[in-house]
Design a protein around this ligand. Structure first.
Ligand SMILES: [Zn+2]
Length: 58
């Protein structure tokens, strides 16, 4: 079963992955799977979060 990998922040489709790969090799712990979509963060948004101050979540 193939699922889409979508960025949580910008809704960009990052790619497709096999669900079997996830269960056997969980390489992305921040991934959140809902239905056939795996929400994660693309590299751009990850970098954004790392550079922004922590108080952005308030
Ligand atoms: Zn993004």
């Amino acid at each position: 079963m193939k699922i889409f990998k979508v960025c949580h922040a910008c809704d960009r489709i990052i790619g497709e992955i096999e669900l079997n790969d996830l269960t056997s090799n969980n390489s992305d712990p921040i991934m959140d799977i809902i239905g056939n979509v795996a929400y994660t963060l693309c590299t751009d948004c990850l970098r954004d979060m790392e550079t922004k101050p922590r108080n952005v979540y308030h």
